[in-house]
Design a binder for this molecule. Structure first.
Ligand SMILES: NC(=O)c1ccc[n+]([C@@H]2O[C@H](COP(=O)([O-])OP(=O)(O)OC[C@H]3O[C@@H](n4cnc5c(N)ncnc54)[C@H](OP(=O)(O)O)[C@@H]3O)[C@@H](O)[C@H]2O)c1
Length: 270
């Protein structure tokens, strides 16, 4: 399904919206004249909107009226305010929400039959390497998921999931960048402790994470097979791996994802 003739409207023009607008324009998926956005203070984004050739207004209703696909890109607590404002203009439109923790039925209550796709993305989308999970609401199906898949593939990789797993995705890939940043910083601290400069240490640490992730994705090999490739008998790596496990590395990560998932469930109930 071609997206090039669909009008896409972003309500909320913050970090995630801009990441996505940039991905859509730069990939050629959607021409800039088909993209509109609204935000309380468009002047803040003058440079960005000019560079992408995108119009930003303060008028959420105008964006909702003119768009075929409406992207809800505001903070979760603002979603109600925005829906109160635009819900009467959503008939026959597709609504895609990236608001963390806001369930599809929240939007469906405003308009029976509204086609809703919910997305949980993450900050690496800002550099075109996001991990996004998408799920369909009650009135959306394969065609709507295909549209969301195309849109979010412009800023990384996409998985289609059932909505009941959205909290787990939040705990894993939504919060995941923070765990990885902690890991990169710990690796680079280790380098500094052993005499390397901070700059060299951080580059080596970040590139090691980036390259290893790329190896997993591009070879399709099991991560443990790749680990075995660098773990020679009696060598240095097995000693390092042993120390990590002695410190509870795998368990700490599983606990982190599990607890973040629980927190996401709690916040969702509020
Ligand atoms: N950043 C992430 O990694 C990430 C990951 C997954 C999901 N998300 C979700 O994505 C959504 C957007 O996140 P973000 O990081 O892009 O946030 P953000 O940078 O704060 O962007 C939200 C934008 O919406 C604007 N806004 C506030 N009230 C509005 C209204 N009534 N109408 C139109 N626009 C309004 C905000 O303006 P003001 O600044 O003036 O309020 C801001 O420019 C959130 O729901 C978040 O949960 C983010």
């Amino acid at each position: 399904m071609s997206l090039s003739n669909r009008k896409i409207g972003f309500i909320g023009a913050g970090n995630m919206a801009f990441a996505l607008m940039k991905g859509l324009v730069n990939s050629g998926l959607v021409p800039p004249e088909n993209i509109m956005a609204s935000d309380p203070e468009p002047s803040r984004f003058e440079g960005l909107s000019k560079s992408l050739n995108i119009t930003i207004t303060t008028d959420n209703i105008a964006v909702a009226k003119k768009s075929d696909i409406i992207m809800i890109c505001v903070k979760p607590q603002v979603a109600k305010y925005v829906m109160d404002e635009i819900s009467q203009f959503l008939k026959d439109k597709l609504l895609i929400s990236i608001a963390a923790g806001v369930k599809t039925d929240f939007f469906e209550h405003y308009l029976s039959g509204l086609r809703v796709i919910r997305v949980m993305s993450n900050t690496p989308a800002l550099v075109g390497e996001g991990s996004s999970a998408i799920c369909a609401g009650k009135y959306a199906g394969k065609p709507e998921l295909e549209i969301a898949d195309k849109l979010f593939c412009s800023v990384g990789k996409v998985a289609v999931i059932e909505e009941k797993y959205m909290d787990a995705v939040t705990g894993l890939s939504g919060s995941g960048p923070a765990y990885v940043f902690k890991f990169i910083e710990a690796l680079s601290d280790a380098g500094v402790k052993l005499g390397l400069s901070r700059e060299t240490s951080r580059m080596l640490a970040a590139q090691t994470v980036y390259g290893s992730a790329k190896l997993v994705l591009e070879t399709g090999e099991h991560p443990m097979a790749l680990k075995d490739m660098v773990t020679s008998p009696g060598g240095t790596t097995i000693v390092g791996v042993h120390m990590l496990e002695k410190g509870g590395f795998s368990a700490a990560i599983i606990d982190a994802v599990e607890e973040a998932t629980k927190r996401s469930e709690e916040l969702g109930k509020k």
